[in-house]
Design a protein around this ligand. Structure first.
Ligand code: CA
Length: 440
């Protein structure tokens, strides 16, 4: 953000200028070199995975060979941050391009009282729809309420946070984050506006996917179902540009997994440790399957796959899950907020690169918008990371990253930020900002 921005009025002004500058920046060069072929986007997000949970980020005990391979062949971000130290507000920043000083909510809620998006909020999916993308979400939405726009025992009450109001052609999963804690539910939910993957639905409600008796039989593990649908979507959508948002529910509690391999013989590990490690390795295996499926279809080169986590880890001292950073999930500390960030895109990202560019979830929206050749909403807090991804061009930098809810907060200053906390807060915390989209 601009150093001169001190008021919301200033925010509006400088954000607009920033976007104008972006439009003439590295993307122009990318488009000129590669023609107008748009990349596919796959954004894979773990739930409660720490900065230190992957081999390529220093993990010694949990096996993550597929993600380590992606990291070796792509770009490893070492100062990438989730939006908030718990689920819901973090996902709000990811979807809207606004940090929690400006976006719809800085509260997680619980039970039937989850905050949700408003109808006028613009998501990454909405932006990419305007560029002609097919959009799918498979997994945990969080941004609709328990009853309103989400699901409670078939009560699909319409509401402003409903998934189907926020840009997605296809959805499969459990939208309510509280219910995502259970890995063997008796039902999941779906819609398929165009009949791309499954039977067409009207797209203005969630339909029940019954899994009768599953809570007892343990026949269907939700994570496995999410992976299967993600692969089916890739199969079906591969001929045109697509955006697949895959917010997995692993390795969040409950620590429940079909098998504890390859850790069954780790004699001194607790049951909980074996379970969480197995969940992470299972997810890693499945991400490998996704990469292989892209290759099978010949679209691996032109698909940008980003892997990350929605917040820091729960306490697992044996694994040093926060990578030595202070704190973890729920804490406004680096351990609560800094997450792995792997960007894999063989056509554009040369192998083995590392970047310490200071970045966060709200940068994803302008990054994808730029690569898709459309303007993101304005004003937003995010800054396109395209120069960092491509390894060329002038990367605009954040003066600071803000994470907060009232007096609980963390500000990470960029190298050029000299202002005191009070002055930064005056700029960073305002009433909810509703960016305009499309930008004219
Ligand atoms: Ca989480």
């Amino acid at each position: 953000m601009s150093e001169t921005r001190t008021t919301r009025r200033g925010f509006l002004k400088t954000a607009g200028l920033g976007i104008a500058a972006i439009a003439a920046g590295p993307m122009a060069a990318w488009a000129a070199e590669k023609g107008k072929k748009l990349p596919n986007f796959i954004f894979i997000m773990a739930d409660d995975l720490g900065y230190g949970d992957l081999g390529c980020y220093g993990q010694k005990l949990i096996q993550t060979p597929e993600l380590d391979d992606m990291c070796a062949k792509g770009l490893k971000l070492t100062r990438f941050h989730a939006g908030f130290p718990v689920c819901l507000p973090s996902r709000c920043t990811l979807m809207t391009g606004l940090h929690t000083g400006h976006c719809r909510t800085n509260k997680n809620g619980g039970g039937g009282r989850h905050p949700m998006l408003k109808t006028e909020d613009t998501t990454v999916a909405t932006v990419l729809k305007t560029a002609g993308y097919t959009t799918a979400m498979v997994g945990k939405w969080s941004l609709g309420d328990h009853f309103i726009g989400c699901v409670k025992k078939h009560q699909n009450t319409d509401g402003s946070g409903a998934i189907y109001k926020h840009g997605w052609d296809y959805y499969f999963g459990e939208p309510n984050q509280t219910y995502c804690h259970k890995y063997y539910p008796n039902e999941l939910y779906r819609y398929d506006r165009t009949g791309l993957v499954d039977k067409k639905t009207d797209g203005n409600r969630l339909d029940v996917v019954p899994l009768p008796g599953n809570s007892k039989s343990h026949k269907h593990y939700t994570h496995d179902l999410l992976t299967a649908k993600a692969l089916e979507f890739i199969d079906a959508a591969r001929d045109k540009p697509f955006f697949l948002y895959l917010p997995y529910t692993i390795p969040h509690a409950d620590y429940d997994v079909p098998e504890i391999e390859p850790y069954a013989k780790a004699a001194d590990w607790s049951k909980r440790e074996k379970a969480v490690a197995s969940m992470i390795t299972r997810m890693d295996r499945d991400i490998g399957r996704i990469i292989k499926r892209l290759a099978k279809h010949g679209i691996d080169k032109n698909t940008l796959v980003i892997f990350t986590s929605d917040n820091g880890p729960n306490k697992f001292p044996r694994f040093n899950s926060s990578g030595g950073l202070e704190g973890g999930k729920g804490k406004f500390t680096l351990g609560g907020l800094r997450v792995p960030g792997i960007a894999y895109w063989p056509a554009a990202i040369s192998p083995g690169r590392t970047s310490d560019h200071l970045s966060a979830f709200w940068d994803i929206m302008p990054t994808f918008a730029e690569l898709a050749g459309v303007k993101p909403p304005a004003p937003i807090d995010g800054i396109s990371m395209v120069p960092t991804l491509l390894g060329k061009g002038d990367q605009k930098k954040h003066n600071y990253l803000y994470f907060g809810a009232g007096k609980s907060r963390l500000i990470i200053r960029g190298e050029n930020e000299k202002r005191g906390e009070a002055e930064i807060l005056k700029e960073a915390v305002t009433p909810v900002v509703v960016p305009k989209f499309p930008v004219t």
